[in-house]
Design a protein around this ligand. Sequence first.
Ligand SMILES: Cc1cc2nc3c(=O)[nH]c(=O)nc-3n(C[C@H](O)[C@H](O)[C@H](O)COP(=O)(O)OP(=O)(O)OC[C@H]3O[C@@H](n4cnc5c(N)ncnc54)[C@H](O)[C@@H]3O)c2cc1C
Length: 250
Amino acid sequence: MTKWIPAKIKEIKYWKKNLLNLVLKASINKFIAGQFSKILLKNSKKKIKIQRAYSFVNPPSTNRIEFYITLIKKGKMSEELKILNKNTKIFITKNSFGFFTLNEIPSYQNLWMCSTGTAIGPYFSILQEKKDTERFSKIILIHSVRYFSDLKYLNVIKKLKKIYQKKLIVLITISREKKHGFFSERIPNLLLNKKIEKYTNLEMNYKNSHVMLCGNPNMVKDMFHILQKKKKMTKNLRKKPGNITRENYW
Ligand SMILES: Cc1cc2nc3c(=O)[nH]c(=O)nc-3n(C[C@H](O)[C@H](O)[C@H](O)COP(=O)(O)OP(=O)(O)OC[C@H]3O[C@@H](n4cnc5c(N)ncnc54)[C@H](O)[C@@H]3O)c2cc1C
C-alpha cells in the first residue's frame, strides 16, 4: 500500500502562468535519479481530493524535493495547483517509483535523452547525479518545447554543459514558433529528416545507441515507431535488453 506523508511547501516559483517549480520538504526515502513521486491534496474533510505523479528534477544526492510542473487547462490537479499556497495540505509518497533510471539501461556507446516540456526533469536529475553516466561516450539531450517562453532551467543546462564538456550535446527545438538558433520541428520529424544526426555528427543505430523517451505520449509513440521501423531498435526489457526506454506523462 502507498504510504503518504505530509510535506511542507518550501517554494512555489512561477516561470510563467502555466509553468511552475514546486519545492517541498518531507522525510521521503531515498530515490533513484529518473524516478517519480506522487503528490496528493486533501479537501477540508480530509478526504482525498486528487493525486498525480511528478518526476524529481533534483538529483537524489541533494536533500531537495523539486518538481517542474506544467498546468493544463481544466486539468483536475492543475486547477488545484493554480491556487496552491504555503498553507495547502499536501502529501507525498514515502517511496518513489519507476524504472526510467540508468541502472535499468544496458551499456551502449551513445545515450540519447528525448523530452517534451517538463519531461526534461528526470534527465536533469540523472545528469546532475552523474552516477553511471561514465559508461556512455556521448550523451545527447534533446529537448522540445512548444514556445520559446517555455524554455526554462537554462542555468541547469549551462551547468551540465560545464560538467560534461564535449560528452554532452544539447539540441533544443521549439515546435510552435520559429526562433533563430533553434530547431523548429517536433523531435520525430528531426529524426526522420536526419537533422538530429547531422547536428550531433553521430549516427544513431541499434548497435551503438540507447534512446530514452519521456513526456508527451505522441512524441513517445512516434519516436518508438520510427526507431523500431527505421533503426531496427527494440524495447528495453529486463529479460531482453534493448535500445528503447519510455515514460509517458499522460
Ligand atoms: C510517471 C509520470 C511522471 C510525471 N511527471 C510530471 C512532471 O514532472 N511534470 C509535469 O508537469 N507532469 C508530470 N506528469 C503528468 C502529471 O502526473 C499530470 O498528469 C499532469 O500534471 C496533469 O494533471 P491534471 O490533473 O491537471 O490533468 P488531468 O485532468 O489528469 O488531464 C487532463 C488532460 O490533459 C492532458 N495532459 C496531461 N498532462 C499533460 C501535459 N504535461 N502536457 C499537456 N497535456 C497534458 C491529457 O490529455 C489529459 O487527458 C507525470 C506523469 C507520469 C505518469
